[in-house]
Design a binder for this molecule. Structure first.
Ligand SMILES: [Zn+2]
Length: 170
């Protein structure tokens, strides 16, 4: 179990708190307009978090003290994160925002911002003794690439009607 004294989950609607372990749904007490459990937020007791990570490069796993894994030394990573901020002058002029910067997430290993999520979710899955992540190709670009590049099986589900076959979908 992850250290629940450092961080925990909270329903922003009702304030109910949850252990920071595996949880497949949000708050069952609070349903959204579509009838799904409300999402949860992570809360930290920053006095208990070692802040030396703030002096590192800024890749995803440099933030390990804030992530829900026991042993960050065992994670599979392709170097996700530390993407640059870029300023697009034409956009800034059009919006009248001279200091607007955008994160250039296409420099992540699979050119997707979802690389950040996937490296953490796969680490949590491995700690739960789950080693073959499933993905739906259209919904999760980037998920098959890291496990395939690291030699893991990565079954991929796709609809033959709605999604054309892809060579990189194992
Ligand atoms: Zn709630």
């Amino acid at each position: 179990m992850v250290d629940s004294t450092k961080f925990w989950l909270v329903c922003p609607r009702c304030g109910r708190e949850f252990e920071p372990g595996p949880r497949w749904h949000g708050c069952e007490t609070c349903l959204d307009a579509a009838g799904y459990p409300h999402w949860l937020e992570v809360r930290y007791d920053l006095k208990k978090v070692d802040s030396t990570f703030l002096r590192q490069e800024g890749r995803v796993w440099d933030y390990a003290p804030l992530l829900p894994v026991h042993d960050p030394a065992r994670v599979l990573t392709l170097g996700e994160g530390r993407t640059p901020l870029v300023q697009i002058e034409a956009l800034n002029r059009e919006l009248g925002l001279p200091n607007l910067f955008l994160k250039l997430e296409s420099v992540n290993p699979t050119a997707s911002f979802k690389d950040r999520l996937h490296t953490v979710s796969m680490a949590v899955a491995r700690e739960m003794d789950r080693h073959a992540p499933f993905s739906r190709r259209q919904a999760t670009p980037g998920l098959p690439a890291p496990p395939m590049r690291l030699g893991m099986a990565s079954p991929c589900l796709s609809s033959p009607i709605r999604e054309p076959p892809r060579n990189n979908c194992a």
